[in-house]
Every structure is written in C-alpha cells, then in structure tokens.
Design a protein around this ligand. Structure first.
Ligand code: SF4
Length: 364
C-alpha cells in the first residue's frame, strides 16, 4: 500500500516553476510538433515518442503529417498505408489504436479532439500520460503527464522512493505534479519536465552541474541522485528460434505473407518463417519439412545467407535466413502475395524482415 506523503512540502513551488520554465523557453529543442499546438499533432507525436527516441521520431512524424495532415485524412486512410508510414517504428498496435481513436473523434466529436479528461481518456490507446500531454500542451489545462522520464526526474527532485516499475506508483507522481504544475503555463511546465529528463536529468549520470533546478533538488542536496529512481528489474526475456526464407517462384517474384490481425506485429507483411525448437544450425530438411507442415509450402532451400537477432521488450527473435525456390504454385489471397522487388515497397514489413531483404540484396 502506498503511504500518503507530502513530497512537495520542502520545495518553493513558485521559484521551482520559474526556474524550470525559464530554462525550457531558452533551451528547448526545435521539434516539429512544437511548431503549433494542434492537438492532433501533439497526439501523433506523443504516440510515436512512446518507446522511441526523439531523433528517430522526427522524420517519421514529418512524413506521417505529410501523408495524413488532419484527423479526417488519418480516419479515412487505408490501413496498409498507415502501417507503411509506421514501418520500422515498432509497437504497431500504437498506430492501429491511433487510427481507431481518430475515427471515433471524427464520428463522435466532429473531428475535434475532446478537451475533457474523461472523454479523451476513453479513446483507444490514450492512456493517462497521453491524455495529460494533449490536455496540457494543446489545451493549456493543468493536468499531469507522467511517464518514466518524468518519474525519474521527480523521484530525484523530491526524493520519491516508490518503485517506478509498479503501475500503482504513477499516482504518487501525478499527485506531486498536480501540486507543482504552473496554472499560468501548464504546457511549458509539462514539456519542461520532459525536456529536463531528456537533456539533463538523464537515466545514468545526470548533469547536475548544468541543471536549472539544482537548487530545488533534494537528491542532489543529499548526494543520492545516482540511487534514484527505484526501479525493479524487468521480467525474463523469452528467446524464439525462427527459420525464415526469401522464396521466389519461377518468374522471380517473392512470396510474402500477411501476419494475423491480432498479436505481435499484427497485419504487417513478412517473409515465410517457422518456429524451430532448437537453436541455430537446423538441419535444412527439418526446416523444409516445417515449412510444409505449418505453412503448406513445398520449397527447395538453397543457402543460409545470414542470421538476425531482433529484440522486442520481452522477446528476442533469433532468425536463420535462407533463400529458396517454390516447387509448386501458391494461390494468392489476402494472406499470401507474389510480388516483384519494386512492389515490395508498397507493403509494410517489420524491421527484422527488412533486414532479411537487405541480406538478400547484399548476397545477390
Ligand atoms: Fe536531476 Fe541533478 Fe537536476 Fe537533480 S540536480 S534534477 S538529479 S540533474
């Protein structure tokens, strides 16, 4: 059970807000989603920034807004095109949820992102952090936007020793933000906390000597900033052994497969692959048989062209990559397609499958 504590009682709140916001206005990075306060753009950027670094997100964001400049454009877009715009960013359920939520905004709210905490939180994929970010940044409401980054910063400034890996701890940090947030400028306040976590109060070696709120930081005063936040280790990672094959028919077209519409990387395209029970160096015949048994593909495997490791949050794929030829014809449908190299560009593939094709091109 969390014990109610008044973490903010030692802090001069007005001076803290002033120092933090002044620094932010001077030092903030020039990021494309900060150009205007359009709630749709704030929303897209916050969804992209979950689990992805700012530098990676910038070109994706620009292209996404170029392709889908408004809520209506995204609501009406073809899912394959939306997945293509997200290709390589990972965690694809984020964009699927975004599109269904945007459709709901179009239908229920006439295309206007709601500015009420209750209504916005009911949208698919909009958790408390995203809701708080949109409400504060786009609508100027004093709502907390607490993610791991903000929890780290506040755990140090206020010496909060709750385990930030526990979902229940977020409430403690939200309460602290409600007490600290500037009511004159909630947008800058929340963004400043995020920016401080990204640029100064980083996970390892916080740059305390350059920190604009060092005078308010209790962990710095006690010299314990490196011991915070408290965070328990993640659950154990599962390793999956896969054999994947770049398969061509007699005309030189590639066989690709659409993943199921539920679960990991749902609806993305991939090269045919099967799970193997043992680790690398499978017998070629075992792989061939497995392709026949699980995917009903009759193939001739030629060579192994490489191995790829891809790490998800709790899962690692170890993939042995083959090239091969189809022995019999395959009927094309929603799940299977035969495409030319140029046509491959029209389909969204997850990163490990993009890497496989790169291996193939290097091998050729
Ligand atoms: Fe983080 Fe150090 Fe600044 Fe405290 S003084 S907020 S630990 S960078």
């Amino acid at each position: 059970m969390l014990i109610e504590q008044n973490f903010t009682k030692k802090i001069n709140i007005k001076a803290f807000q002033h120092d933090l916001i002044t620094w932010f206005k001077r030092e903030q990075r020039n990021l494309p989603w900060r150009k205007d306060k359009d709630p749709y753009k704030v929303w897209v950027s916050e969804i992209m920034l979950q689990q992805t670094r700012v530098d990676t997100v910038i070109p994706y964001f620009n292209r996404f807004i170029d392709w889908f400049p408004t809520i209506e454009d995204l609501a009406e877009a073809d899912e394959d095109k939306v997945l293509k715009a997200w290709e390589g960013l990972g965690y694809y359920s984020r964009v699927r949820n975004l599109q269904s939520a945007v459709r709901e905004v179009k239908e229920r709210y006439n295309g206007e992102v709601p500015d009420s905490p209750k209504k916005i939180s009911e949208l698919k994929g909009v958790g408390p952090y995203t809701a708080g970010a949109i409400l504060s940044i786009a609508y100027g409401l004093p709502e907390p936007a607490v993610d791991g980054n903000v929890m780290r910063v506040l755990s140090r400034i206020l010496i909060i020793e709750e385990d930030i890996a526990r979902p229940a701890s977020r409430k403690v940090f939200e309460k602290a933000v409600r007490e600290l947030i500037s009511h004159q400028d909630p947008s800058s306040f929340n963004q400043a906390l995020m920016e401080l976590g990204a640029l100064v109060c980083t996970p390892t070696s916080p740059a305390c000597l350059l920190c604009p709120v060092r005078d308010h930081c209790q962990a710095f005063e006690e010299g314990i900033q490196d011991e915070l936040p408290v965070k328990t280790k993640k659950t154990k990672t599962r390793h999956v052994q896969l054999a994947s094959v770049i398969l061509m028919d007699e005309t030189g077209k590639f066989l690709i497969h659409r993943r199921p519409d539920q679960g990991l990387l749902a609806n993305l395209w991939e090269f045919p692959n099967v799970e193997m029970l043992s680790s690398f160096q499978h017998e070629r015949e075992a792989v061939r048989q497995q392709l026949k048994d699980t995917l009903s593909l009759d193939v001739q495997l030629e060579k192994i062209i490489g191995q790829i490791e891809h790490v998800f949050s709790h899962l690692v794929w170890n993939i042995e990559v083959y090239i091969g030829k189809l022995n019999s014809s395959v009927e094309e449908n929603q799940e299977w397609k035969l495409v030319t190299e140029d046509q491959l560009q029209d389909y969204a593939f997850p990163v490990p499958h993009q890497k496989m094709f790169k291996l193939f091109q290097e091998y050729e």
